[in-house]
Write a protein that binds this ligand. Structure first.
Ligand code: SF4
Ligand code: MG
Length: 335
């Protein structure tokens, strides 16, 4: 299994007038070639911040990488200059967002936006770039690409716009595509089409994907592996099967139990009672203790160590200690 990206002990903080926000607190994971890793968690769990950190797109001067390594094919991105990062972004790592309008330029035709990256990163001439742009629009399933090339983003539907964004993101065959809630703004049928498209393109191009989402339905559809984030840490990681069939962390149980039966939900509808801890003044012990139905005395005093369950499955919870009572996940968290 070829490792494309290794994130090692990543710490990211933000300066605020109240103090330092510890948004990402020691996150480590690996991404293999052609693999999709989903990072799931509620709003504010640090999943988007992690991805912006990988892209080196944290807001200046408030956000910064305090510690850790970001190894892209063995090269540490934390040591790259801003200029080098501009070349790496789009060419080696690309990102797509929830709202395609944020990544498209409303004043440029879709064709020129596609050609721009090709000319800049792949050093192609205009006519060659135009040819490839046309082919890319075809690949992502935009009908009448010849006509569409000359149109502006507002002339596209939401789903078609997201297809264009995917075409732009994949134009230079990046090693890694980070997709942050790529289908959240779309209706259910279009969501499924976009996920199918991502899967198909991944098969063809061997792209590795980091999918950031709060929607476990999306995860089940596309992810090979899942990392569950809470309060800036990964609390459980495993293959999609391990997370859905044999989840070990009470927070994962809560996420699974609050999976919508109908597909429409926003991040605020998650039904785990309580709110995440204050990331400026983190309490001692387990970050989930204040909301956990199974909290024990030890949880409030000491952070749980990460337990290895299988070669691919790990979780950080005191319930996995030999001395803890045996607790079964609640009904809703079972398949
Ligand atoms: Fe709950 Fe304790 Fe496990 Fe934290 S360590 S999730 S508080 S049981
Ligand atoms: Mg987010």
């Amino acid at each position: 299994m070829e490792k494309i990206l290794e994130v090692k002990d990543l710490e990211i903080s933000f300066q605020s007038y109240k103090g330092e926000i510890q948004a990402v607190r020691g996150v480590s994971f690996e991404l293999a070639k052609g693999e999709t890793l989903a990072i799931v968690g509620e709003s504010g769990s640090g999943k988007s911040v992690t991805s912006k950190g990988i892209m080196r797109l944290l807001p200046h001067p408030f956000g910064r990488i305090k510690n850790g390594k970001l190894l892209l094919s063995g090269e540490d991105l934390t040591e790259r200059s801003d200029k080098q990062m501009r070349d790496i972004r789009g060419a080696e790592i690309s990102m797509i967002f929830q709202d395609p309008m944020t990544s498209l330029n409303p004043t440029m035709t879709v064709g020129s936006q596609l050609m721009e990256g090709l000319m800049q990163h792949r050093k192609l001439g205009k006519s060659e770039a135009a040819e490839i742009a046309l082919e890319l629009l075809r690949q992502v399933g935009v009908p009448n690409p010849q006509v569409r090339m000359k149109q502006y983003p507002h002339q596209f539907s939401g789903g078609m716009r997201q297809r264009v964004v995917i075409a732009i993101a994949l134009a230079c065959n990046p090693k890694v595509l980070i997709a942050d809630e790529p289908t959240t703004a779309l209706d259910v049928t279009i969501q499924a089409q976009i996920l199918d498209l991502l899967k198909e393109l991944q098969r063809e191009k061997g792209t590795s994907i980091i999918l950031i989402t709060h929607d476990l339905g999306v995860v089940a559809n596309i992810a090979h592996r899942v990392a569950v984030m809470y309060a800036g840490q990964i609390v459980e990681t495993g293959t999609a099967d391990e997370i859905f069939v044999d989840p070990k962390h009470p927070y994962t149980w809560g996420l699974l139990a609050s999976m919508p039966k109908i597909h429409e939900l926003t991040e605020s509808l998650l039904s785990i009672p309580g709110t995440p801890p204050d990331l400026i003044r983190m309490p001692a012990g387990c970050a989930f203790a204040a909301r956990c139905p199974y909290v024990m005395e030890v949880c409030r005093a000491l952070s749980p160590r990460t337990k290895v369950i299988t070669e691919t499955h790990q979780a950080a919870c005191w319930l996995l200690d030999e001395r803890a009572p045996r607790i079964q996940p609640p009904q809703g968290a079972r398949p």
